[in-house]
Design a protein around this ligand. Sequence first.
Ligand SMILES: C[S@@+](CC[C@H](N)C(=O)[O-])C[C@H]1O[C@@H](n2cnc3c(N)ncnc32)[C@H](O)[C@@H]1O
Length: 412
Amino acid sequence: MLDTSKFQVELKLFAIRLPRELCKAASDLLHGYMLDKPRTKPITKDPTSEKNRYIILSEKVQDPDLSDIPSEKIDELKKLFKVEVFPYSVTLGYSHWGADHVLRQILPPGTEAPSSFETIGHIAHMNINDELLPYKDVIAKVIYDKNYPKIQTVVNKVGCITNEFRVPKFEVLAGKADMTTEIKQFGATFKLDYGLVYWNSRLEHEHIRLVSQFKEGETICDMFAGIGPFVIPAAKKGCLVYANDLNPYSVRYLRINAKINNVEDCVKTYNMDARKFIAQLMVVPTCETQCASTEVRKGKNMRIKASVSVDTKPWEHVDHVIMNLPASALQFIDSFRGLIRRKFWKGSLPWIHCYCFMKLTDTRESILSEAESALKARIQDPVFHMVRSVAPHKDMYCLSFKLPEEACIWEE
Ligand SMILES: C[S@@+](CC[C@H](N)C(=O)[O-])C[C@H]1O[C@@H](n2cnc3c(N)ncnc32)[C@H](O)[C@@H]1O
């Protein structure tokens, strides 16, 4: 239980009464000597006269003769008005202090106050370390109180992520037990259930960076799409996107997000293993009439009538493939071998954007060599982009390269 009365402090101070129109000039002169406490204004009304204000002085000023303030400042004040000093008491309570201050009072000395958290819509996601777990409820209460109403649910990650959907287990420590929330990113709205799908707000820059490389009208495949942080902005840009995820809840939210962002027509969703997805996408249908005529959205707001067989033949052309599953995406690279049928393919080969972790023993050469062995081909001009540092000696990278012809072309 958090005893908020413990944070009550009464400060015995002094205040100067002055005509309200002189507040600005006087506070400039008294800079550094006025009350400086969180969520407390140093200038207040005089309850006996609307024409006057009080400037509350800081604890530095201990004497009513104001001898703690340089005499030249007092002389300047005296030129402006008749300086009258009054005793003034200020009571500061729990509501005045920030989360960091409150937590430092509650937690054992020497521990670091865990006042930071990741924000996902109305949810505050904390990773409370083992040492502070006995205090988890009180920590969550403080975070909730100090950030309400923006934050309405405080959760703590429990254990390590072990499932293939990369969804952590959470315990709700404070607020409502509602994990369905909405986020704005890159001008798009994303709805998600944070307890059921993968989401990482720290990847926002990466989502923007990669999508900025795509051009209107291009065809994109996202093998590990999640709820669509690459897919939806790419579709909003006028790309046609084939998006897959193994987690059925991710695909459910991906579809919802395509709908709420008004890009349903340019996002085709799949719920299967990424290897099967990419193989299935490249199968040339035996009967071209399967490719029914439909409406395809091109550009931002323009609807054009087009045949899917013209606009959506991934076995004829794909511009970019996204593989954001850093822990194991490299192990899926071999699925590109012999994938593309020369006689149907048009234009250049796709760019692959494969995310990976680089640990202490890894190098760019070792990562590249793993990708090349999987492809059984040399990669020309690979581009490594450092995305973020995940942990000490563990960085997330994006390896981008043009799929080498000798790896992926199937000659018949
Ligand atoms: C790191 S998340 C990335 C999601 C999204 N692209 C993003 O940037 O937020 C990886 C996603 O891959 C999905 N996934 C894991 N294994 C998969 C597999 N074998 N095939 C397809 N999707 C898989 C997970 O469910 C998860 O949504």
